[in-house]
Design a protein around this ligand. Sequence first.
Ligand code: HEC
Length: 211
Amino acid sequence: MGWTPLGGEEADGPDLTMGSFRHSTTDAGLFRVIRDGIEGTSMRGLRRAKDQEIWQLVTYLRTLSGAVDPASLPGSMEAGRAVFERLDCGRCHMVRGQGGRLGPDLSRVGERRDPDELAEDVTTPDAAVSPRWWTVRITRADGTVVEGLRMGEDTFNLRIMDGEERLRSFARARIRSVERIEKSTMPAEVLTDVERDDLVAYLASLRGSDS
Ligand code: HEC
């Protein structure tokens, strides 16, 4: 990433894309900063702007940083963490060094995905699965079938990680066919609205900065 001043080379304001607005973390606070400015700094307020325009700016700044304050979401982070543990999401997902490798590491998923995307991730896992997480189903010459995540291949071998996280290599010469499954291995959980909101709040809180 790097430093991307909004106003071009000469900007001396804070980097608005980083999600850490030093003078304000809430939307209401950001609104005040934009309207009134910050005393003793070059940040002057937009007192003549209409409230609606200022709110539009606040929304825009939030989308730049991808930073939605998890505390402002309807769900509870703590309850979400409990749901995460109860449904054993960690079987496939790593969070801060703990968990499995059959799905993406979620340690910083709150920076990558906004709350709507997170809700979609947990309710409809098959919606948009990147090729990295497609499964291959290998039928061997002897008719036996194995499935796993595709880890790599070359002229002679195809390597996968199976459901027990074992790396396995198969000689092409002994493979009858390979099928690609462009679906998620993630189970679609039946969640209540409250559980979904709680999970989203927990996932949104997973960011690099905190402990
Ligand atoms: C069987 C393994 C498995 C389990 C169990 C599982 N997931 Fe996943 N998850 C995956 C895989 C594989 C992907 C990547 C493909 C996709 O997007 O569906 C994924 C994707 C995700 C993503 C999107 C991550 C990103 O970086 O885009 C989120 C969020 C997520 N899972 C949350 C959960 C939660 C919450 C649970 C528990 C309710 C859970 N997962 C249970 C395998 C699993």
